[in-house]
Design a protein around this ligand. Structure first.
Ligand SMILES: [Zn+2]
Ligand SMILES: [Zn+2]
Length: 282
């Protein structure tokens, strides 16, 4: 594992349950050389992680996972080496998070229409700090607490996931816009978990629109998808990244997958860094 990097993880800055420094500690424990913090539309967890990385001798790659949508489907674009301490960039992300809030409102309204006793206030009370992201996992927790469902999975299957009774998906920026936003800020744009979309035409389109890399290794990319996206990356000269999409714990179980369970080589980290360096110099 010495030369491995997990380039996809979430913290309490968005919908993960571990503090940034805890992700870094787990990366150390897993024997990784590098870890990226890629919270949803927010970069607030990065400074703490970098601090922890220095203390533990783990390279921390600053990142973000931008939510966009195409053809009614959520498409996530990872941005690496984004200017996480730049106020204008932070403001732009804050604008994107408003959409998440809109979506929460729509979902709660639908749940109430279905006769469920759940309020936006109760869900938002699950987070203390105003700057932190509330998303579907928090709504699922509230549904569990109220006894409407027993598991996170059931909450998504029945209500919150695509095709669920309370599914909602307001307009977001397009993945092309997300790519542009990341690159114009000097970062490197990578398509997250392409295996999840079942839409390789879209993947091809986004490559044409300037994608720098593709997340080849991810818990939602099955073995065939890994082979396919690896080939696609090779054919198009794209960086091949990988990550677990670790979100902390749901009870005893790691959610989405254990940190370090999907990785890429540190060579990919160097490639990301080089592109960002060139872009920031330009
Ligand atoms: Zn994602
Ligand atoms: Zn993610």
């Amino acid at each position: 594992m010495q030369n491995r990097a997990d380039l996809h993880s979430h913290t309490t800055a968005s919908d993960g349950t571990c503090e940034p420094k805890e992700n870094v500690r787990l990366a150390k424990e897993a024997g990784l050389a590098a870890i990226a913090i890629t919270d949803h539309d927010i970069v607030a967890g990065i400074p703490e992680a970098i601090e922890a990385g220095k203390a533990l001798g783990i390279e921390v790659v600053p990142g973000v996972e931008i939510s966009s949508s195409a053809h009614g489907q959520d498409i996530h674009v990872l941005g690496y080496y984004i200017p996480y301490d730049d106020e204008a960039f932070r403001q732009t992300l804050s604008g994107l998070r408003e959409t998440r809030h809109e979506r929460n409102k729509m979902i709660i309204a639908k749940l109430q229409e279905l006769g469920l006793d759940i309020t936006l206030e109760a869900v938002y009370a699950r987070k203390q700090e105003p700057d932190k992201n509330i998303g579907r996992p928090h709504i699922a927790e509230e549904l569990m607490r109220k006894g409407y469902v027993r598991t996170m999975e059931e909450a998504f299957d029945k209500y919150l996931g695509k095709g669920g009774l309370a599914y909602a998906n307001p307009e977001r920026i397009t993945p092309e816009q997300a790519i542009r936003l990341i690159k114009s800020a000097g970062g490197v744009a990578v398509l997250a978990h392409p295996g999840l979309y079942g839409d390789d035409e879209l993947v091809g389109d986004l490559i044409v629109h300037g994608l720098d890399g593709i997340e080849v290794w991810h818990p939602d990319n099955d073995r065939e998808a890994v082979i396919r996206y690896r080939q696609l990356a090779e054919d198009n000269g794209l960086i091949m990244t990988g990550g677990s999409d670790f979100h902390g714990w749901r009870g005893e179980e790691p959610y989405h997958a254990m940190l370090g369970s999907s990785t890429t080589s540190t060579e990919a980290v160097e490639q990301l860094k080089n592109i960002a360096r060139q872009r920031q110099r330009a």
